[in-house]
Design a protein around this ligand. Structure first.
Ligand code: ADP
Ligand code: MG
Length: 759
């Protein structure tokens, strides 16, 4: 019997999904597969697990809920536990390196990768009565694989007389990928659509598209806050740095002071009508053809009206309780300058025109960041109301697109951008690119403005961009990235014919083959005779491969760890692998790290290893910050490496019997013989990424030889690849090298392939 807090009950009853409880539960009871599609915020994630719990699905076995994002895994477990009045022992979460699940857990939220790992040890998922795959529309790689596997596991469980239910939850996007794929489900599963009360959202496009979208986002937010009626603002940008940057900037413009009583501030001062909400952009995709005079008059009328309102409605500040901000207080409000991207210049002329509005606006903005890596306490703040008198403003990455619903948003400011990892399938090179979102994402983002009342979405780009540069959808991840780790995971599960797997959307067969080939080269897969006479050889996981698949790493790094276990080099390899998996550790001070001792033997990874060791030593002595600055190390990267080392170390202690390694802050540099072994380990993991120096006499007549000083041949690539400008091997230019990563740099006319972390 669930006893909910009456306040929670009231809030729940407002959710559209509550009215469908009976119909949903009937469908669940009668069907093994069910698709629940509903607008973001309709209550799928928080309510469906509760319906199942109340219907007894957690009595003998657990309810599993998978999320593609860590941030949702933690937040939703906490929320559902809270609504049910259960502790985190019963409604728990589990993700890589972190969790609070217990033997009493009834509802288990987990990242999709974690459930996939569980299938490896218990193919029938016998601990669960029902599996909910949440956010299936995100089409994360693990989610796709889980769907393929579960489409087979569910019938197997039925045959054993021990049925398992699968519920696929998704925003109302491309449900056909699941229903119309007969390899996945022979009979299309029933779909239940949750109609949510969505209020109309007016979409405004910018007339022009400016490249500095952060500046545009700032300006638009200032205009909304100073001119438009109450209602929360949600801003979409691409990453953590941008989020923090805008948060600082907006806080500085509209500071909230604890010592001021804003509650008496008359918040309904901005009485602009919806017509005024167009700000400077055009409603919908209609290009305005108002003639200029008419516009000018409108503008003047508006300005007069505004001036009047402002005059009438100066905020009432409690003068007894008001301190003049001292210098220190001010300093906090000034922009930090640790953002290298330098998007916004404060001296910009156009921004200056906003200055009077900013100055005369007394209402604070309650600005909150939201992104995946934010700690959960700070995340939770976005769900609470802003303090009286302040306006809520959340600056978020695409986490707020469908995973988390921020209450009370009326205005959405959409930069139209997102960060996406782009891969080159031939070279394996990858790069993070900022790209236009898909049209589907743009619509999702706009929709966030219409949850509580009619709203407005400001797209900071033109209709032409929307139509020509935003693809309708992006392909699912599984079709876009190298699949080595997946292919290994699947083989380790006994799926010999990866190409026959029932993917919701199948990746290119060639990509699957190439991944198998790389794994074969690394000795992780090997050919074996098929048990079936009429079949060709199949690929099996080697004993090495088995060890490798236990590590939560890409196979090449897992292999380095697996082999170093034999050589007692684990602490070094853990440090090395951690350092190699964190991007941009060194920031352009290669001279600080001359080749000493056996550094050259290990090339760039050797420098990394030395740097990590030394930084750790400085950290223990409380001098990390200074040390990093002095020796050109990115402090955040060093901190991340420390975390990873700890995590990997404990993971390894847990997963390999008899191993007990620890993170030693005063780890000595490797001896010469250890360095030689470490070099072999590097080769074992990177051995398929080899390059050979281009001799200067190979350079064609007429070509500038100087351009070939650090140039190498690499595999089937026609163009040369170059040693990274910071590579320590520029001093010795060895004939043969292995590299960790190949990537493209330079402006369009000077593109160049560069090898990073070379040994
Ligand atoms: P869906 O999964 O359909 O997108 P959710 O179940 O995530 O919807 O959200 C339903 C409602 O619950 C939303 O209005 C959301 O704001 C609210 N909600 C979710 N988590 C919290 C929380 N931690 N605190 C307060 N409200 C929350
Ligand atoms: Mg949800």
């Amino acid at each position: 019997e669930v006893k909910r807090d009456p306040k929670i009950q009231v809030a729940r009853l407002k959710l559209p999904i509550l009215g469908e409880e009976q119909r949903i539960m009937e469908l669940v009871n009668e069907n093994e597969f069910l698709i629940v599609a509903g607008e973001t915020g309709s209550g799928k994630t928080t309510q469906l697990p509760q319906f199942l719990y109340e219907a007894g699905y957690a009595e003998h076995k657990m309810i599993a809920v998978t999320e593609p994002r860590r941030v949702a895994t933690v937040a939703m477990a906490a929320r559902v536990g809270y609504e049910l009045g259960l502790s985190s022992k019963e409604v728990s979460y589990l993700m890589r390196f972190e969790g609070n699940a217990t033997k009493d857990t009834k509802i288990k939220f987990m990242t999709d990768g974690v459930l996939l790992k569980e299938i490896q040890s218990d193919f029938l998922l016998s601990k669960y009565s029902v599996v909910i795959i949440d956010e299936a529309h995100e089409r994360s790689v693990y989610t796709d694989i889980l769907l393929g596997l579960l489409s087979r596991i569910v019938p197997l469980r039925r045959k054993r007389g021990n049925p398992l239910r699968l519920i696929i939850m998704s925003a109302t996007l491309r449900v056909e990928d699941f229903t119309e794929n007969t390899r996945l489900f022979k009979e299309p599963p029933p779909v239940i659509k949750i109609d949510s009360r969505q209020f109309p959202v007016t979409v405004h496009f910018n007339k022009h598209t400016y490249s500095d979208y952060l500046k545009e986002a700032y300006k638009k937010t200032v205009k909304i806050h100073t001119r438009l009626p109450e209602g929360g603002i949600l801003i979409f940008v691409t990453g953590q740095q941008e989020v923090n940057y805008l948060v600082r900037k907006l806080k500085a413009s509209f500071p909230y002071r604890k010592d001021v009583d804003y509650s008496k501030l008359i918040t309904k001062t901005k009485t602009a009508s919806d017509a005024d909400a167009a700000l400077d952009s055009e409603p919908d995709d209609i290009e305005s053809d108002d003639d200029e005079v008419e516009k000018e008059m409108k503008r003047a009328r508006k300005a007069r009206r505004k001036a009047k309102q402002k005059a009438k409605t100066l905020p009432k500040i409690n003068l007894d309780d008001y301190d003049m901000p001292d210098d220190d207080g001010q300093a906090d409000l000034v922009d930090g300058d640790d953002d290298s991207d330098g998007h916004l210049s404060d001296s910009d002329a156009e921004e200056d025109t906003l200055a009077p509005a900013i100055k005369s606006c007394r209402q604070p903005l309650w600005v909150l960041p939201l992104y995946s890596m934010l700690n959960s306490a700070k995340q939770a703040r976005v769900f609470a109301a802003a303090p009286p008198g302040a306006r809520l403003c959340v600056v978020s990455t695409d986490v707020a697109e469908t995973s988390l619903t921020i209450p009370a948003v009326k205005y959405v400011v959409d930069t139209g951008k997102k960060k996406m990892r782009v891969y080159d399938h031939v070279t394996g090179a990858s790069a993070w690119r900022i790209v236009w979102t898909s049209q589907a994402s743009a619509d999702q983002r706009s929709g966030r403005a219409g949850r509580v009342s009619s709203g407005h979405a400001y797209r900071l780009y033109s209709t032409a961009v929307f139509q020509h540069d935003c693809p309708p959808h992006y392909q699912p991840d599984v079709c876009r990235r190298p699949v080595d780790d997946l292919v290994l995971t699947m083989h380790a599960m006994g799926i010999d014919k990866v190409v026959n797997f029932p993917f919701p959307t199948a990746p290119d067969r060639l990509q699957l083959r190439l991944a198998e080939k790389r794994l074969e080269t690394l000795g992780i897969l090997e050919k074996a005779e098929s048990k079936r006479k009429d079949e060709d050889d199949v690929l099996k996981v080697t004993p090495l491969g088995k060890a490798v698949s236990a590590f939560p790493l890409l196979p090449r790094y897992g292999k380095m760890l697996a082999l170093s276990h034999q050589q007692n080099l684990l602490p070094y390899t853990i440090a090395l692998v951690s350092a190699l998996t964190v991007p941009e550790v060194m920031s352009g001070k290669a001279d600080c790290w001359p080749a000493t001792g056996n550094t050259l033997l290990l090339g760039d990874p050797g420098v990394l290893l030395r740097a990590v060791g030394a930084a750790e030593y400085a950290y223990v002595n409380g001098e990390e910050e200074l040390f990093c600055a002095k020796y050109g190390l990115r402090e955040k990267a060093i901190k991340e490496i420390r975390k990873l080392r700890k995590q990997l170390t404990s993971e390894i202690n847990l997963s390999i019997a008899g191993v007990d390694v620890s993170v030693d802050p005063s780890m000595q540099p490797p001896s010469d013989s250890q360095a030689r072994l470490l070099r072999q380990l590097l080769l074992s993991g990177l051995g398929d990424q080899v390059a050979r120096k281009i001799a200067l006499d190979e350079v064609k007549e007429g070509e500038d030889k100087r351009k070939f000083k650090y140039a190498y041949h690499c595999g089937n690539l026609e163009e040369p690849v170059h040693l990274h400008s910071e590579s320590i091997l520029r001093k010795s230019i060895p004939e043969w090298v292995v590299y960790q990563e190949l990537y493209e740099t330079g402006a369009e006319d000077r593109r160049k392939m560069v090898m990073r972390n070379v040994a």
